[in-house]
Write a protein that binds this ligand. Sequence first.
Ligand SMILES: Nc1ncnc2c1ncn2[C@@H]1O[C@H](COP(=O)(O)OP(=O)(O)OP(=O)(O)O)[C@@H](O)[C@H]1O
Ligand SMILES: [Mg+2]
Length: 322
Amino acid sequence: MFLKLINLTKLFDEKNGVVDVNIDVMEGEFVTILGPSGCGKTTTLNLIGGFLKADKGKILLEGIDIINLPPEKRPVSTVFQSYALFPHMNVIENIAYGVRFHRKEKKKKALNIAMEYLHIVGLDGYEKSKVGNLSGGQQQRVALARSMATNPKILLLDEPLSNLDASLRVKMREELKELQKRLNITMIFVTHDQSEALSLSDKIVVMDKGKVVQIGTPTEVYFSPANEYIASFIGKSNSIEIDGETFLVRPEDIDIMINPKGNCIIKDKIFMGQHTEYMVSNGNGNIEVHLSGKENTEFQIGCRVDLKINNKIKLSKVKGQA
Ligand SMILES: Nc1ncnc2c1ncn2[C@@H]1O[C@H](COP(=O)(O)OP(=O)(O)OP(=O)(O)O)[C@@H](O)[C@H]1O
Ligand SMILES: [Mg+2]
């Protein structure tokens, strides 16, 4: 295994921190740590980066425990949410700084390497620009280039897209994925955005309250969530009782059929563009149904309907670490 976190533990006090985090990362893999605010994502990254001292555990990189190495001795680079660029340096100086500091290259060679990475992130022509004059997306690219140019074995990214507006976020997400595959960089990416995690990752590590609660591919965590919490955190789901058993049913796995004698009533609808969200009462509670396609925008509030469940997840059967 390329990187192995073994029982990594750091407690700030009785309740806060991370406990017994076990994660395996393969070389070239894109691993996302996903979880709500305060679940321990940044703490885990900071332990890998060496910015925090672990109470317990091992960080094996290619079989060697790096847990006692200071941050600058670890072959790891971090892209922070705030970018942390140097405001008094221009773009190329920012990128070259990392190369000189970490790779101990002379100024000229460092500038040449920095130019290569400026090109990789699509910022040719911006080398002399002040970082303060760049847009959020451009600053993000400089931060990425600065980290990548240090040639780390592992790139850590802590919510790097969260300062960008929605459309730029999606664009940068695609660029990041493309770069990662093209350059075969091992990345550990932190986010609390499930769509980012699902679209980018080879593997998702779901955390809750300082613990890893499931590790799997995006399809595994989406279609076989280890528990109700994960199901509700990754996508939406309904908890529905069928023949005395409780199942999780995704809103997109239900169809609506008009039936004047039906047992269910449409209580509310919201048009979202790519789909329409219906809230349907079945007498016991509300069930959320998402339908795509123009013809499915036409069911009216107050209509009596039947629901057809096309796929259900049995909770007792789901697999995971929890
Ligand atoms: N230096 C610290 N001292 C004390 N408590 C801390 C410290 N750093 C983090 N914590 C606590 O540890 C828990 C995990 O924090 P962490 O920053 O890892 O969360 P996170 O998952 O990154 O959240 P967010 O999505 O909000 O960034 C939180 O409850 C936090 O308040
Ligand atoms: Mg954080």
